[in-house]
Design a protein around this ligand. Sequence first.
Ligand SMILES: Nc1nc2c(ncn2[C@@H]2O[C@H](COP(=O)(O)OP(=O)(O)OP(=O)(O)O)[C@@H](O)[C@H]2O)c(=O)[nH]1
Length: 244
Amino acid sequence: MDTWWLKAYPDPAYRSWVLQTWNTAVEHKTDIEPQHYQVTCKDGRLITMEISGIYIDNEFLAIFKDATQRMEAEDILRDMAFLDSLTQIANRRRFDEKLIQEFNLSITTNSPLSLILIDIDNFKQFNDSYGHLIGDECLLKVAQCISTAVSRPEDFVARFGGEEFVVLLPQTSAAGACNVAQKIQHAISELTIIYDHCFTNKVTLSLGINTRYNQCDHIQLLDGADKALYKAKEHGRDCIVVNQ
Ligand SMILES: Nc1nc2c(ncn2[C@@H]2O[C@H](COP(=O)(O)OP(=O)(O)OP(=O)(O)O)[C@@H](O)[C@H]2O)c(=O)[nH]1
């Protein structure tokens, strides 16, 4: 049995936590609620077991279920619910959740929070010239460019809808957000999309920035970025505007 414990739970800290959970249940003669444990198989594979225990007349009945496949399926479903299938970045639903989380965190920690709303310029014309498939490829490449330009782990990129993207920048002032917006513009200026063996016209973006200010709520934060984006379009596109 000791050898089994060593093999199934090679990490000493994790093994001691699992043992403690089980020993406590045995001591208190209580059932063990189903929990997931990472168990190492004989061949070294790591699987997730759902393990529960029922205490019956001084005996303990342990129930082991391999939950690996179910959890993988759940991961896929979660990804499908929160990932945009075309661009493989977070979707609008995920962004809406994240915005509220980060907004509340920025109030609690009294730190700045900036948001960049991005729209591909004249995308209707792009689709009309090259077709929807190349349009879709363009959206995927723009999403990749934005994600690569945004480097800090806490920064968050999502497809806002259609040809619009959004970047959420925790702990970032308006000046910092401008730097990120410039990096995105630079990355896009180097973007190439091939149509019929030739490069398509250059893709450009309009970007609107807003930073959380006192008394504003998360809707106003988004609304301010939208107003700035509208101004960027009015100013002739391919530019960055900060909401004042
Ligand atoms: N290929 C493709 N096109 C999309 C997708 N979502 C939105 N679009 C297209 O994006 C275009 C957006 O057009 P408009 O809202 O007129 O904006 P625009 O042409 O970019 O003009 P400005 O924003 O003013 O620069 C429309 O033609 C939509 O059909 C998509 O998933 N794939």
